[in-house]
Design a protein around this ligand. Structure first.
Ligand code: PLP
Length: 395
């Protein structure tokens, strides 16, 4: 295999795309597949396509392809819904597994929706649960005997800092807690050994490094030895053992399928299925090596060219996911000025300029070109232009 594989993606020629950590670009095969699904399958086959095009098995097929990328066995990953929903399902299942405990441990750097879903679930069950969010670097010290579930995002969305999956999971298990990993910024970014970690649950989304497109379905993993005892809080008919038996009572599927909820988003899943073709002959360790090379190159270039930007990610590659963040007081305006010049990254409040490195479609030449344009924006203070000061709803 050789990287990058730019020919597989449809990226505008005048753009250097450093935001594949937030929304992956369009894989060429995805448009073709979407056209086929819409016109041939939906258009001509109509409802027959559930069987003739095997739409019904699509969530599992796609789940198996994701499993390979996250170090999980076939049959252990279910797809559908959004990541927020999958966080809720994993947490609710963990509550049932540790009924005598009342603490969820996360960290202050976690993505807001993960914390919000925990808060919503806690108030719904109304049994005096408590959500603890120490600083990310202090999490290990807070994994105590009263914790029901440790729920962490493996790669911090803001700083790119990486938790040690194996070490944290072992600590959680040593005190009898259930471990839930959010792999939103890990799947397709770093090599993962989910099975080896022995974590009970993992969740993630597919529109970031996996390039499944805006609103692409999420995934959830449950450790295979547990699945028959997991109690689904969202007991939808697609997670039933026999959905078309139309039984009045819920009977969970005897497989990971019990973590499905309702009708799968067939068009979006098909797009994701096609997007995953780009990973067919990819070894995650090659991706990791290339991603570290690109990131190191970017850090060196930016620190040399733009000394006012302060590195807000761990300097040591081993402690970082596949993104690099810089803090800058005028980061929002600077990012707008940069985007205006064809280099697309994004901004996260309060002052973080964030850049993702995706070796499937980026090479060193792109990274150096991006750093040169950033230098123009910063050294020339081009961000002072009033048109860059008004914040859009999405940053
Ligand atoms: C991107 C991201 C989400 C987004 O959740 P959605 O339900 O897909 O909107 C949630 N959690 C983390 C950690 C993320 O990085």
């Amino acid at each position: 295999m050789s990287l990058p594989k730019k020919e597989l993606f449809d990226i505008p020629a005048d753009v250097i795309y450093l935001d594949g950590n937030s929304l992956g670009p369009l894989p060429k095969g995805a448009s073709t597949r979407a056209g086929e699904v819409i016109e041939k399958e939906w258009g001509r086959e109509l409802i027959r396509a559930w069987n003739t095009a095997d739409w019904i098995a699509l969530p599992k097929r796609v789940g198996d392809r994701i499993a390979r990328l996250i170090g999980a066995p076939e049959g252990s990953v279910a797809t559908g819904d959004t990541l927020s929903i999958k966080v809720y399902q994993a947490l609710a299942a963990a509550f049932k597994m540790r009924p005598e405990r009342r603490v969820i441990l996360s960290d202050r750097g976690n993505f807001p929706t993960d914390l919000y879903m925990a808060q919503g679930l806690m108030s719904t069950v109304d049994k005096g649960y408590e959500l603890r969010t120490p600083a990310p670097e202090d999490v290990m010290d807070h994994i105590s005997e009263d914790v029901a579930a440790v729920m962490l995002t493996h790669v911090d969305y803001r700083s790119g800092r990486l938790h040690d999956m194996k070490e944290v999971t072992e600590r959680a298990h040593a005190v009898g807690a259930v471990m839930i990993w959010d792999l939103a910024h890990s799947a397709g970014a770093v090599p993962l050994d989910l099975s080896g970690s022995k974590a009970e649950f993992a969740v993630g989304c597919t529109y970031k490094y996996l390039n499944g497109g805006p609103g692409a379905p999420a995934f959830i993993y449950a450790r295979p030895d547990l699945i028959e005892s997991v109690e689904p809080a969202l007991a939808g008919w697609m997670g039933h053992e026999a959905p078309f038996a139309m039984e009045p009572d819920y009977r969970p599927a005897m497989s990971t399928e019990r973590l499905r909820v309702g009708t799968p988003p067939v068009v979006q899943l098909s797009i994701l299925d096609a997007a995953l073709d780009a990973w067919n002959d990819v070894d995650m360790s090659d991706i990791r090596k290339a991603s570290l090379d690109l990131s190191e190159c970017f850090i060196a270039e930016v620190e040399r060219r733009c000394p006012v930007l302060k590195l807000a990610s761990p300097r040591e590659g081993e402690l970082r996911g596949s993104q690099v963040s810089f803090a800058f007081e005028h980061g929002y305006a600077a990012m707008q000025a940069l985007i205006d010049r064809g280099v697309i990254g994004d901004f996260r409040a309060p002052d973080i300029m964030r850049f993702g490195f995706t070796p499937l479609y980026l090479d060193e030449e792109d990274v150096i070109a991006a750093a040169k344009i950033l230098e123009k924006v910063i050294a020339g203070e081009l961000w002072r232009d009033p048109k860059y000061q008004t914040k859009s709803r999405v940053t």
